[in-house]
Structure formats: C-alpha cells, structure tokens
Write a protein that binds this ligand. Structure first.
Ligand code: SAM
Length: 341
C-alpha cells in the first residue's frame, strides 16, 4: 500500500492568536534589520555575504522576496509558509505537482535514518503551514523530514541528547544554532529537550523565518527577539541577529551544544573563522559543537573543516549524511559517550 499523501487541504489553519504573536515578532525582527542597515560601520563579517546578501546575489536566492512576503503577514502566506522556506535546497513546493510524493530514494533514506532510533527521537513536523508529503507511521515525510531526521539521529547516536538530559536535571541546557534556517531543527530538538534555552543566531532576514515557524510549531515555549542587552537562559527560544552576537558574549552563558548545518560552507573564510572563534569562546568546558557542512572547495570556497580545526582541540567525525559530512568538535578532552548501536 503506498503511503497516503498529506496535502494543503490537510493542514490545520493557524489560530488568530498565533498570527498575532508572529506579527509582533516580525515587527521586532524588522526593527533589528533596519537598525543594522542604518547603523554605520557594521563590520562585513557580521553582515549578509555572498549568496545571503540582497544585491549582486549570484545564486538568485529568493530569501529577500520571501522575507518581504512574510512581512505582509497575510493569513494565506503564513498558512503556506513552508512553501516559501527555502533552506535545505529542496523546494517543498515541488511536491504540489506530485501529490505530495517525493522521489523514491528519499523514502529509502528515511527508513535508514530511523533505523535503531527510539520513537521519541523521531522528528514529527506538525500538519501546519503547508507541510506536505506522505504519511509514514504518523510522520509527514518529505525530503526536509529526511535531512532533519538524519541530524537528530546523528546527535542521538553520538550521545548528545543523553548529555543534555543529564544537564537538564539541574538547569536549562543552552543550545546555540548558527544559521538556524526556518527553525526546523530547533523545533525537533526542543521537543526532545523541552527545558533547553535555544538560541537561533542568523542574519535578521532568516531569523524572521525561524521566529515565524517556531511561534506556530512550538506555541507553548517562551520566545524573545533580542534587540539589545543579553540572553538570560530560562528555557526560551532567543533570536539573535548575526550583527548582535556581542549580546552572546555579554551574556556569559556557557553553551552546552552549538550547531551549524549547511551554512558555514556557504560563507566567506572570514565568517567561518568568526563563528569558529565565537563558538569556541562560548562553549562550556564539556560543550560540543555539532557541525555538518559540504566541501565547497570545487566552487572556490574555503574548506570549513580546515578553518574550524584551528579553534577546537578535539574532532570526532560522525557517519556520512545525505548533506555533507558531520563532526563533533570540542575544546575539552571529553566528548559524550556514544549510544550503543
Ligand atoms: C542553507 S541554509 C541552512 C539552514 C539550516 N541550518 C538547515 O540546515 O536547514 C544556510 C543558513 O545560514 C544562514 N546564514 C547566512 N549568513 C549568515 C551569517 N552571517 N551568520 C549566521 N547565519 C548565516 C542563512 O540565513 C541560512 O539560515
């Protein structure tokens, strides 16, 4: 029996109070973006670069068009938000033409990604905002589900969630994701580790996507857009724009888990070094940095892993995923004990 499709008609509409909360956060993020543009002398390393900048963009990245669409806050766009969230390289919109059905190899990858992974570590995107695909064992599966499940599975097998659970017995674990896209990984990790403080750090325009999605997908968790000051961890989602990372330094909050997937490899060497240095300074003694990036040297980019190796003492390479190779980096001698497979 083929897996049943989940299409636009199967989505739960966003309640009015969720739309209102999204609207407030979009306003705050737009203030942050405008402040960046109107403040002279913001260093290049803190600003959008290469295919993440608005003008002279070589790849035709639709981010800025979609950002302006989001700012319009229309219920139609917000209820189909996922069709505008282009962060993994797979436009979900493509599944509108195929009745939710993706190329068969994705389903094989999905089966492989959940092999040996307990149910509580399975990603389960809610049927909202245009999350289309096919239903497999209660989960909407599409290519985005597959790549986020792979990341969760890698973290599970590496023992990272067990470490976070141990920390959570005494305080809120602190997670920092650099380049958080539309917030998918954040939503899945927060379900696994609900008391974590999850800091999304990205260019302001992309933070608008994460804040919109997480407001709708995780309505029970507190959220704050950091406009100045510092981050005080209390189990919230905190949105910190890339030009305001000084707020993280000021916070002096050791980070238990830092994450970067598919984004440092798209940035200039100076920005990779900037984040390598920032993460190594913010990481707790036993903290780890989960990083999964492509090798983009063939298109003239620097090699993320070579640059990062200057900032971390330990590196453990994890099994190969669909999108780039993954490593756990740490300053300390001790990495978490992996789960037995
Ligand atoms: C290809 S997307 C990947 C998103 C997400 N990590 C994922 O795997 O789905 C690259 C991400 O890097 C972010 N990014 C670009 N420039 C950045 C910068 N200067 N600082 C932080 N993040 C940046 C983009 O906005 C985007 O969210």
């Amino acid at each position: 029996m083929p897996a049943p499709p989940v299409l636009l008609g199967d989505q739960l509409p966003l309640p009015r109070h969720t739309m209102a909360a999204i609207s407030r956060r979009l306003d705050a993020i737009e203030r942050v973006r405008v402040a960046r543009e109107s403040t002279p002398g913001v260093p290049a390393v803190l600003r959008p670069q290469l295919n993440w900048r608005e003008h002279d963009n070589p790849t035709g990245n639709p981010l800025y068009d979609h950002y302006r669409l989001l700012l319009g806050k229309s219920p139609e766009i917000l209820n189909q938000f996922r069709l505008y969230a282009h962060f993994t390289g797979y436009p979900l919109r493509r599944l509108l033409d195929t009745g939710g059905i993706c190329e068969p190899h994705w389903l094989e990858l999905y089966a492989a990604s959940i092999d040996g992974v307990p149910r509580e570590y399975r990603v389960n995107p809610p049927p909202i905002m245009g999350e289309i695909g096919v239903m497999i064992d209660g989960v909407i599966v599409n290519p985005d589900t597959v790549v986020y499940q792979e990341r969760i599975s890698l973290l599970y097998h590496a023992g990272v969630f067990a470490s976070l659970a141990a920390i959570a017995t005494t305080r809120s674990p602190v997670i920092l994701e650099v380049g958080s896209g539309f917030g998918a990984l954040a939503s899945h990790i927060k379900r696994i580790c609900p008391t974590a403080t999850y800091i999304c750090c990205d260019i302001a325009e992309s933070l608008a996507f994460a804040a919109t999605y997480l407001t709708a997908a995780c309505p029970d968790h507190p959220q704050e857009v950091v406009e100045d000051g510092a981050v005080r961890p209390h189990g919230q989602f905190a949105y910190v724009a890339s030009h305001l990372v000084a707020a993280l330094e000021r916070s002096q909050v050791p980070v238990d888990l830092a994450i970067n997937t598919l984004s440092l490899s798209e940035l200039p060497d100076e920005q990779i070094a900037h984040y390598g240095s920032l993460v190594s300074r913010l990481l707790a003694d036993r903290g780890v940095f989960f990083e999964q990036n492509q090798d983009n040297r063939h298109v003239g980019m620097g090699y993320t892993k070579d640059i990062l190796s200057g900032y971390f003492a330990e590196r453990v390479t994890l099994p190969q995923g669909t999108q780039g190779s993954a490593d756990l980096w740490s300053r300390a001698r001790r990495l978490p004990a992996p789960n037995a497979r």
